[in-house]
Write a protein that binds this ligand. Structure first.
Ligand code: DP6
Length: 348
């Protein structure tokens, strides 16, 4: 059985649904996303609740695929891109599996295989696509019947940004106020067809980064600029929401670039300082500034890593690619707003 997630959930809830109970093996795929107004800061690290809301665009062509099955007694078996991850990464996955088992009242170990079609742990949202795909797959494996909003809350516990990868197109993850996180849920703003803008990804360094984002996020909340980050965030969200509805590239690009640079500035001003940028990161930013001076509407965004994502129109895409691909060591990926997760296969 294969189909879109929404279709799959509808099937399961309807009387005529073909899959009525837990499955033996499930394969699912979920996309990466690019935060346009960033999530940075946690108000509750244990529940992984954000200090701010965030808005993202789901990326076409960049995804994680997971295959999950029951492994009886014993330990969970995990492979990521054909390898056993380092202990701190394995621990993060195991914590997530324990949470799902607790929710499902299940005790069996899991066999989990994750593959990504882009570099992992490099600031390209591999944890977002991976935990979103796992939430979808484990929901089906254990017959949990969670809806997309509930799945976004589950995925959030694996990695905050994963909450947004449950939907296609432009997505908002609400900060919420409830101490238990029940109102901190992601929701779609508009589907991908609403605005097929171009997203050019300049990979400056594909190897894993020095600081995991969750560590950097906690450390840099002591930055003297963190209060200013919090105070200016609601305005950024409001501007971005409107710019998306209006398909206004300049308005969205300006606020996205501002949000990204503000986030990195607060990290650089923290003690200890966190600096994710490489020389090529700065070179790409400068090329994009030069493009703007030449009249091209192109804007940068940078997540917790050295890679630069550039927003521009489809019309200006190849000129933008040409402007950055000449920088030494830079590899370019092309993306655009894409669809949400998909169930690839269910073995009942
Ligand atoms: C810069 O979602 O990786 O990409 O919740 O601790 O797993 P954890 O953090 P994570 O952080 C993402 C930070 C960001 C901004 C964003 O995606 O909004």
């Amino acid at each position: 059985m294969r189909g879109s997630l929404t279709g799959f959930l509808t099937d399961r809830f309807s009387d005529g649904g073909q899959v009525s109970g837990p499955a033996v093996e499930v394969a699912a795929r979920a996309p990466a996303n690019l935060a346009l107004v960033k999530y940075w800061g946690k108000r509750d690290p244990a529940l992984n609740l954000p200090a701010v809301g965030s808005i993202s665009v789901t990326l076409a062509n960049l995804f994680s695929e997971v295959r999950v099955s029951r492994a009886g007694r014993g330990d969970d078996e995990l492979q990521v891109n054909g390898q056993c991850p380092p202990p701190e990464v394995t621990a993060k996955f195991r914590q997530f599996f324990d949470l799902v088992r607790l929710t499902a009242k299940e005790h069996e170990a899991l066999r989990v295989n994750v593959t990504t079609n882009f570099p992992i742990a490099a600031g390209l949202a591999s944890s977002a696509s991976t935990f979103a795909a796992l939430a979808v797959a484990l929901n089906a494996l254990f017959g949990l019947h969670l809806d997309l909003g509930q799945l976004s809350q589950l995925a959030r516990r694996g990695s905050g940004s994963a909450a947004r990868s449950l939907f296609g197109g432009f997505v908002e993850w609400l900060q919420g106020e409830a101490p238990d996180g029940s109102d901190s849920v992601a929701q779609p703003i508009v589907p991908p067809e609403h605005w097929p803008l171009a997203i050019v990804i300049a990979v400056t360094k594909p190897t894993p980064k020095k600081w995991a984002s969750s560590v950097a996020m906690t450390v840099t909340q002591s930055s003297p600029f963190f209060p200013a980050w919090l105070a200016s965030h609601a305005d950024d969200l409001r501007v971005a929401r409107q710019a998306i509805l209006d398909r206004d590239l300049r308005a969205l690009g300006e606020v996205a670039e501002h949000s990204a640079l503000k986030m990195h500035a607060l990290m650089m001003a923290a003690k200890p300082a966190v600096l994710y940028w490489e020389p090529a990161t700065v070179a790409v930013i400068q090329r994009v500034q030069a493009l703007r001076e030449a009249g091209i509407a192109a804007f940068v965004s940078i997540d917790a890593g050295p890679q630069v994502k550039i927003l521009c129109s489809q019309e200006d895409r190849e000129r933008t690619v040409a402007a950055v691909s000449g920088i030494s060591g830079v590899q370019v990926l092309r993306s655009q707003p894409g669809p949400g997760p998909e169930i690839l296969e269910i073995t009942p």
